[in-house]
Design a protein around this ligand. Sequence first.
Ligand code: HEC
Length: 204
Amino acid sequence: MSPEVVTPQASRENPDPQEAANPIPRWVLALALLLALWCSYYILRLNVTTATEYGDQRTASDLRQQPKAAAGGAAGAAAAVDGAAIFSARCAACHQATGAGLPGVFPPLAGSNWVNGRDTTVIQIVLHGIQGTLTVNGVTYNGAMPTFGPQLSDAEIAAVLTHARSHWGNTATAVGAQQVTAQRAATAQRNEPWQGDADLSTLP
Ligand code: HEC
């Protein structure tokens, strides 16, 4: 056998590479952990207020960018509360963007005797919610509307009711935040929804 000849070219070569069983780098693990933690945090603090079974009921006009309310002149002036935006976010899932409701399930706000009726009563409906037999324009409903008192401020309830009372053909008077404040104070002890027609008829 001839002795192995080491050519200059061969001596210059690097050793052959080989695959080793390297562990996943620590920083990749840390990143994955961080991502998982952030996801959990995000989901936990997400504030979903409408029942998912109603789906996304937004219309094209809800998604169009709303013109920014003209900046208030005096410093410290409270930003105007947008009743239409609150309606889309809080009420439209059930009462529909058109205010027409869903026959047999969600009563209409358009033309409703309650919406166009006494402001005190309609404020109480939104503050505490309502369930049981309720007659709206002669049609009987028997559903359950959630209570909004803890979630909406007096100004927000006033704005959404003013919106409802002045749209879809409704022409009732505007509702002011002070009226909501007074109604909230008057029924502060109550912690359950009104029981349909029976309870509403006893309201002062
Ligand atoms: C989860 C569905 C749901 C949401 C959200 C909801 N409502 Fe209702 N609402 C109902 C149901 C159901 C009734 C009828 C309750 C019954 O049969 O006793 C009702 C009744 C009413 C009534 C009295 C009846 C009528 O048609 O005039 C008014 C006024 C009203 N809702 C306003 C609102 C406003 C304003 C909002 C948003 C702040 C809102 N609702 C959000 C389901 C809902």
